[in-house]
Design a protein around this ligand. Structure first.
Ligand code: PGA
Length: 252
């Protein structure tokens, strides 16, 4: 009942021209792909190019971040309305690189999540523990706090339409992905909490992606876990052919 979603996070890679070429190639490759939703999140400056190149296709476009205010004296920041006008319909919120490199907290994640919803887009809210937290056996408690504080105030309906991404920080860009069992355990726990806090129906409709070194050769085993509804893919999304292989692997 939950259509798998494969989302490509380009991070700080690809100019507008490179993004256009990528989308043109991906469109052709995806022509016969069925049963999987696909989106890419390029840098701000490539959003309009991505949206133009993806127009009329099934490829969704997302931003990697926003500021929660609508406008104001916030040098260097971009609002939800601005990325929406540029063509974004999804926004990644609280990625671990934002949390660790740019000081984002569960409180700022919450403000951004609200701003994305208010602008009529879908937030992709990222959660996940560090290696130290996992080693101290704090994984589930960390996830609980990130969900409780990050999604504070969201309604069941909003939660149902949202996307969560479980990304263990130690698995991002390291080539060291969580085992299917580790991912399955975390996703099961997240779903249980969502049921408890937002109700069975809403929790059952919310998609929970796995992220962290997802590649063509491990997607099938990850997506086979009952509560894994897709993937947030960094490095392996940058080449359209490997991204396509992940999309196809998620359809099985
Ligand atoms: P990775 O990145 O696939 O390169 O590990 C995932 C992410 O940061 O979303």
């Amino acid at each position: 009942m939950r259509t798998p979603l494969i989302a490509g996070n380009f991070k700080m890679f690809k100019t507008a021209a490179e993004t256009t070429a990528y989308v043109v190639e991906l469109r052709g490759l995806l022509a016969d792909a069925r049963g999987v939703d696909v989106l890419i999140a390029p840098p701000f400056t490539s959003l309009a190019a991505a949206a133009a190149a993806a127009s009329g296709s099934a490829i969704g476009v997302g931003a990697q971040n926003i500021h929660w205010e609508r406008e104001g004296a916030f040098t260097g920041e971009v609002s939800a309305g601005m990325v929406r006008e540029a063509g974004a319909r999804f926004v990644i919120v609280g990625h671990s690189e934002r949390r660790t490199l740019f000081g984002e907290t569960n409180a700022t994640v919450n403000k951004k999540m609200n701003a994305v919803v208010a602008a009529g887009m879908t937030p992709i809210v990222c959660i996940g523990e560090t290696l130290e937290q996992r080693d101290r056996n704090e994984t589930l408690a960390v996830l609980d706090r990130q969900i409780k504080e990050g999604l504070d105030g969201a309604t069941g309906e909003q939660l149902a339409a949202m996307v969560l991404a479980y990304e263990p920080v130690w698995a991002i860009g390291t080539g060291r992905n969580a085992t299917p069992a580790q991912a399955g355990e975390a996703h099961f726990h997240i779903r249980q909490r969502l049921k408890q806090w937002f109700g069975l129906d809403s929790a059952g409709r919310c998609r929970i992606l796995y992220g962290g070194s997802v590649k063509p050769d491990n997607i099938a085993r990850l997506i086979a876990q009952p509560d894994v509804d897709g993937a947030l893919v960094g490095g392996a999304s940058l080449d359209p052919k490997s991204f396509l292989a992940i999309v196809k692997g998620a359809a099985i």
